[in-house]
Each structure stands twice: as structure tokens, then as C-alpha cells.
Design a binder for this molecule. Structure first.
Ligand code: NDP
Length: 236
């Protein structure tokens, strides 16, 4: 039970990668709370299965995110997983939709990380789920997503300097294609995505949860301000 009694908050935990992260920490003894936005049923089922607590918090709402982190009390581990993508010609995209993506994918991770650090004890861990698209964007129509995931790199590098003296680490996990509702392995992009990869399959949410757990654990105390790519060599 590597995380026995640890207080963990996962922002965006009802489905996909976030749900696997909730399952992993709960299975290892942590006291887990996770947020959801649009999937109350999936959230309730996951909470019932794992013993985790769930609360509705829209990551597009900055003040709600800050309040949720603050009201969670001192966290040993914060995982910011909630993220969305937009597809299509940048010239055709609704600027409000683009700004909403930036609020969820950039502003929420930034403000949640800062708020968590206020109460976090020495040895605290912040892990943000970015994407290999922060390094490489090989297709058109996803520029706003690429912007958002690159921004997380600066977030981790900068906040690592602020929090390091207190023994708090902050890292970005950068998945490649992972089999979730957002990117199902049987979807139309499968062959194109696999053509970029050395290991020609989608990753599993549990594999991303495993890397996240390692970064949150005692062996990773010297790892901070860094990007950790798990992508079957999509970005290589
Ligand atoms: P899914 O769409 O399968 O799940 C997204 C999760 O985030 C859900 O639990 C959803 O909750 C939550 N979420 C989305 N918007 C909000 C919001 N406004 N407020 C609160 N929670 C929200 O996505 P994945 O599991 O595939 O992706 C998770 C993360 O991993 C994202 O940051 C994504 O960018 C990143 N990623 C995914 C890859 C992939 O191939 N799957 C590749 C690289 C990175 P709810 O349904 O309750 O709203």
C-alpha cells in the first residue's frame, strides 16, 4: 500500500486516464477525491467501486477550481488530468470554444497547482497530464490543443523553481495515443496515429496511471520540472 493514508485530489477523474489514476491511488490505500463535470453516472460508479469521494467541479471555472483545491485541505498529491481537444481548421473555430479549451487545459492546471502548493506539506507531488502533442503535432486542425499542452511544459519548469525549496515536485506526464472515449483505439485515426509509432498500438489508461504513481511515490523525490513521455515513440 504505497500511498496509505495519503490525501489525493484528481481533477477530471470520472473517465479514461483520470479514472485509471483514481483506481490506482485508491487501490494503494490513498484517500482519493476526484472531480467530474459532465459524467455524473460514471463518477458515482467509480466512487462506489473504489471508495473514492467525487464532487462536481467544472475545470473551465477558475474560481470553482481554486475553491475545490483550497477546500480539499492539505493535499499530499494533486493530479490535474481534465483536458479537452478541439478539431478543425483554426480559421473556422469559435473563439469562445478555443478560450474554453485554454481555461480547462492551461488556466485550471496553473491555478490548481498554485493553490495546492499553499497547503501542501514537504514531499508533496503535483502531476499534470499533458500530451506528446506538446512536443510534436504532426496533423492539422489541433493547434489550440498543441498550444495548451506546450504551455504545461513552462508551467512545470517555472513552478518547480517556486516549490522546489519546500520539497514539492511538479511534473508533466505526456501520453501519446491512449485508448479512451476521447481517442478510442478503434476510431478512424488509428492507422495514421500508429504509422508515427514504434509500438503500434494505443496505450492503456493503466499504463499512464503507472507512470503517474511512480512520479507521486518516494523514488521520484529528485524528479521535478520535467516532462515524462509515454507514447510508443509517437514523438521520437
Ligand atoms: P476523456 O475524454 O476520456 O476523459 C476526460 C476526463 O476529463 C473525464 O473524466 C472528464 O469528466 C474530465 N473533464 C473534461 N472536461 C472537464 C471539465 N470541464 N471539468 C472537469 N472535468 C472535466 O479523456 P482522456 O482520458 O483521453 O484524457 C485525459 C487527459 O489526458 C487529458 O488532459 C488529455 O488531453 C490527455 N491526453 C489524452 C490522450 C489520449 O490519447 N487519450 C493523449 C494525450 C493526452 P466528465 O466526463 O465528467 O466531464
Amino acid at each position: 500500500m504505497a500511498f496509505q493514508g495519503k490525501s489525493v485530489l484528481v481533477l477530471g477523474g470520472s473517465r479514461g486516464i483520470g479514472a485509471a489514476i483514481v483506481e490506482r491511488f485508491a487501490a494503494e490505500g490513498a484517500k482519493v477525491t476526484f472531480t467530474y463535470s459532465g459524467s455524473p453516472e460514471a463518477a458515482q460508479q467509480l466512487a462506489a467501486r473504489t471508495g473514492a469521494k467525487t464532487v462536481q467541479t467544472d475545470s473551465a471555472d477558475r474560481d470553482a477550481v481554486i475553491a475545490r483545491v483550497r477546500d480539499s485541505g492539505p493535499l499530499d498529491i494533486l493530479v490535474v488530468n481534465a483536458g479537452i481537444a478541439l478539431f478543425g481548421d483554426a480559421l473556422d473555430q469559435d473563439p469562445d470554444a478555443v478560450d474554453r479549451l485554454f481555461r480547462i487545459n492551461i488556466l485550471a492546471p496553473y491555478h490548481a497547482s498554485v493553490e495546492a502548493a499553499r497547503q501542501m506539506p514537504e514531499g508533496g507531488r503535483i502531476i499534470v497530464i499533458g500530451s506528446v502533442n506538446g512536443d510534436r503535432m504532426p496533423v492539422p486542425g489541433m493547434a489550440s490543443y498543441a498550444v495548451s499542452k506546450s504551455a504545461l511544459q513552462g508551467l512545470a519548469r517555472g513552478l518547480a523553481r517556486d516549490f522546489g525549496p519546500r520539497g514539492i515536485t511538479i511534473n508533466v506526464v505526456q501520453p501519446g495515443p491512449i485508448d479512451t472515449d476521447a481517442n478510442p483505439e478503434d476510431g478512424p485515426m488509428k492507422d495514421l496515429m500508429h504509422s508515427f509509432m514504434a509500438i503500434k498500438r494505443h496505450g492503456r489508461p493503466e499504463e499512464v496511471a503507472g507512470m503517474t504513481a511512480w512520479l507521486a511515490g518516494p523514488e521520484a523525490g529528485f524528479v521535478t520540472g520535467a516532462m515524462h513521455t509515454i507514447d510508443g515513440a509517437f514523438g521520437a
